[in-house]
Design a protein around this ligand. Structure first.
Ligand code: IMP
Length: 174
C-alpha cells in the first residue's frame, strides 16, 4: 500500500488549463487526519512541497453527524488551478468531504483527489469519489490515531472501537 500511495500522490496530474501546478497541494483535514498525514509525509520524504490544513466541523461533541458542515479554520493556500490532494481520517456519511470538494472546485481547484485512511461505506448519505482508501470498516464508531470522541482518545497509538459503557466509566473516573 505504501509505495502505491507514494506513486499515486507523486503522479503528475493530467489536469486541464495553462496555469496548472502539477505539484500536489496536500490538504490535511484537522484534527483527525494529522497522524495519517504525518505518516504519509514521512513516506513521501522530500516530495512534499505544498502542504496546508483546514479545520471542519460536523460532529459537535457526539458520535452522530449533525449534517451541517462548517469551516472552523480555513486553509491558507489558494487552491485555484491546483491539484489538491485531501488527506482525511475517515469518511462516514460523506457530507464533510462532499462539502470540502465542492468548496475547492468553487474556489477554482483544477482537480481534487481524496485519500482517506478509513471508510465506512455502509453509512454513506452523500456520494463522494475516493481516490484511495486505506481500510474499509463496518458501521462502528472508532477512536485513536487521530480519531476522537468529544475531543478524547485522539492520542491512542492504535485504532479501537468505541464502546459507550467503557467510555462512560472512564469519563466518570476522569
Ligand atoms: P462525514 O461527514 O459523516 O463523512 O464525517 C466525517 C468526519 O466525521 C470525520 O472527519 C471524523 O471527524 C468524523 N467521524 C466519522 N466517523 C467517525 C468515527 O467512527 N470516529 C471518529 N470520528 C468519526
Amino acid at each position: 500500500m505504501a509505495s502505491g500511495l507514494r506513486q499515486s500522490i507523486r503522479r503528475r496530474g493530467q489536469v486541464q488549463g495553462d496555469a496548472v501546478h502539477e505539484e500536489p497541494l496536500l490538504l490535511s483535514v484537522l484534527e483527525g487526519a494529522l497522524p495519517f498525514t504525518r505518516q504519509l509525509c514521512r513516506l513521501l520524504g522530500r516530495g512534499v512541497e505544498s502542504f496546508d490544513r483546514i479545520k471542519l466541523s460536523s460532529y459537535g461533541d457526539g458520535t452522530v453527524s449533525q449534517g451541517r458542515v462548517e469551516v472552523v479554520r480555513d486553509m491558507r493556500e489558494d487552491p485555484r488551478g491546483r491539484r489538491v490532494v485531501i488527506l482525511e481520517d475517515i469518511v462516514d456519511t460523506g457530507r464533510t468531504l462532499a462539502f470540502l470538494r465542492k468548496r475547492l472546485f468553487d474556489r477554482g481547484a483544477a482537480s481534487v483527489e481524496i485519500y482517506t485512511l478509513l471508510d465506512k461505506p455502509s453509512r454513506r448519505v452523500v456520494e463522494v469519489p475516493l481516490t484511495s482508501v486505506g481500510f474499509e470498516i463496518p458501521d462502528q464508531f472508532v477512536l485513536g490515531f487521530g480519531l476522537d470522541v468529544a475531543g478524547k482518545y485522539r492520542d491512542l497509538p492504535y485504532i479501537g472501537i468505541f464502546e459507550e459503557s467503557v467510555a462512560a466509566r472512564e469519563l466518570k473516573e476522569g
